[in-house]
Design a protein around this ligand. Structure first.
Ligand code: UDX
Length: 455
């Protein structure tokens, strides 16, 4: 069984660590943030990820996983070190490698005079060429040892979705290993030997590219769905009926075609921007991705258009904004579409009252001074309109009568198809949704000349 150190105890590091510990490996989670390590030591997971606290507590009780601030000690006996540090967006759109470089520096120092082989696994999302051209040279410089002499660098990108990251880590759709030699690839396949999913072995650069292209495809699918949904709404067609039908075509698939106010989160917008910039620098411009990003920036304004269609001017209107995280089942507000919606509402003079089952406090840090209602009822009370930005289960359970009972005018704008339009079809609610066109009466065939004359 492998002895593994994981540098970076965010949702990728922790969920990967739990999954590997469940395979019987010995895992040490390392982070530079003392409060995070302290939380992990007591079995608390410092972010919202369903199933992770219970799984972590079990692994800790069995002694298969531990957390520390001491990277040097964790690296001493390790055979593998996973780099799971963040690569946030720099102002120019490229990924910031400062955490990755700092981690490589630490590993390089640990390699000095060390016996035993160390496989350095780059899991953080990094542009093609980073493992070979940044991490490996840094290790060589700091350790004074050439690549292959006591250590090797491989790429093993993550495809974890927040909210189901642990499930994804335990049952991945595929595992991708990028390695410079078959030996290096085999060493890491040893760790994953009991996983039965498809396995892809390539070189590091290809593995890094696979991660970016996966996210580019997902983002483009959502972007195209949003564009078609906007068109459907204007021609009296429901995008969700269209999506359901096209989703039966296995070449298209049913996932990632839900229209909304755009894609957010820590990965899709950031990775797309990095890939666009990288493509430009490589003189192979990614025009489709450029347009996808532009469309995504415009998409939140669809909510404002629907609101204006119902309320006219928004000045002085009280609007409840429900769903602040970038998607349900997470408290993550990074790149949430709730922020541009909130800002546009405020700029239009609306009074906004926000609500989220989990992400209220995190959103307050982004939108300083925003009003966060403690309950859905408080948010809806006296509102001229309610905007649903994310489809939390708690919202899906709201009966239409509550809108009529609590709101000044029961106008509901549904950005994420939180509700079934048929359930909202009565007189209780003025319901509008992204991609939901008002069906037009079927065109009657013109009466034949004989019928006309008979009248
Ligand atoms: C994503 C990738 O899915 C994952 O493989 C990668 O490792 C990290 O980035 P995540 O950021 O957790 O995961 O979110 P994801 O579930 O992919 O959703 C991204 C955004 O797209 C969200 O804002 C979501 O609401 C939106 N989305 C998703 C849609 O608008 N429509 C859809 O049909 C699906």
């Amino acid at each position: 069984m492998g002895r593994i150190a994981i540098l970076g105890a965010g949702y990728v590091g922790v969920c990967t660590g739990i999954a590997l510990s469940q395979q019987g490996h010995d895992v040490t989670l390392v982070d530079v943030v003392a409060s995070k390590v302290a939380a992990l030591r007591t079995g608390r997971v410092p972010f919202h990820e369903p199933g992770a606290p219970e799984a972590l507590a079990r692994a800790m009780a069995d002694g298969r996983i531990r957390a520390t601030l001491d990277a040097r000690k964790a690296l001493q006996g390790a055979e593998y070190v996973f780099l799971c540090v963040g690569t946030p967006r720099k102002t120019d759109g490229s990924p910031d490698l400062k955490h990755l470089r700092a981690a490589a520096q630490r590993i390089g120092r640990a390699l000095v005079g060390r016996s035993g082989f160390l496989t350095v696994v780059v899991k953080s999302t990094v542009l093609p060429g980073t493992a070979d051209d940044v991490v490996a040279p840094k290790l060589a410089r700091v350790s004074g040892r050439v690549r292959g002499d006591g250590y090797e660098v491989v790429s093993n990108p993550e495809f974890l979705k927040e909210g189901s990251a642990l499930a994804d880590a335990l049952q991945p759709d595929r595992i991708v290993i990028g390695a410079p030699t078959p030996d290096a690839a085999n060493r890491i396949w040893m760790l994953y030997r009991s996983f039965t999913c498809p396995r892809v072995t390539v070189d590091c650069r290809t593995a890094e590219m696979i991660k970016y292209v996966a996210n580019a495809f997902l983002a483009t699918k959502v972007g195209l769905s949003n564009e078609m949904a906007n068109l459907c709404e204007r021609i009296g067609v429901d995008w969700y009926r269209v999506a359901e039908a096209i989703g039966h075509d296995v070449r298209i698939g049913r996932d990632f075609i839900r229209a909304g106010a755009g894609f957010g989160g820590s990965c899709l917008p950031k990775d797309l921007e990095a890939l666009v910039r990288f493509s430009g620098k490589t003189h192979a411009p990614a025009r489709i991705l450029e347009e996808t990003l532009k469309g995504n920036a415009r998409q939140p304004l669809q909510v404002l258009r629907l609101l204006r269609a119902e309320l006219g001017t928004l000045g002085g209107k009280r609007v409840a904004l429900l769903g602040l995280s970038f998607k349900p089942n997470t408290d993550d507000v990074r790149e949430t579409r709730a922020l541009p919606i909130y800002r546009a509402l405020r700029a239009a003079g609306a009074k906004v009252v926000c609500h989220d089952p989990l992400a209220g406090e995190a959103f307050r840090r982004l939108a300083r001074g925003c009003v966060i209602a403690p309950t859905v009822r408080d948010a809806l009370e006296g509102a001229d309109a309610a905007v649903f930005q994310t489809e939390w289960a708690e919202y899906q359970a709201i009966p239409p009568s509550l809108f009529q009972g609590l709101m000044k005018t029961p106008v509901v704008i549904d950005a994420r198809r939180t509700f079934d339009p048929d359930a909202m079809a009565g007189d209780e609610v003025r319901y509008r949704a992204i991609g939901l066109g008002t069906p037009r009466p079927p065109v009657q065939p013109p009466a034949r000349a004989s019928q006309r004359s008979a009248k």
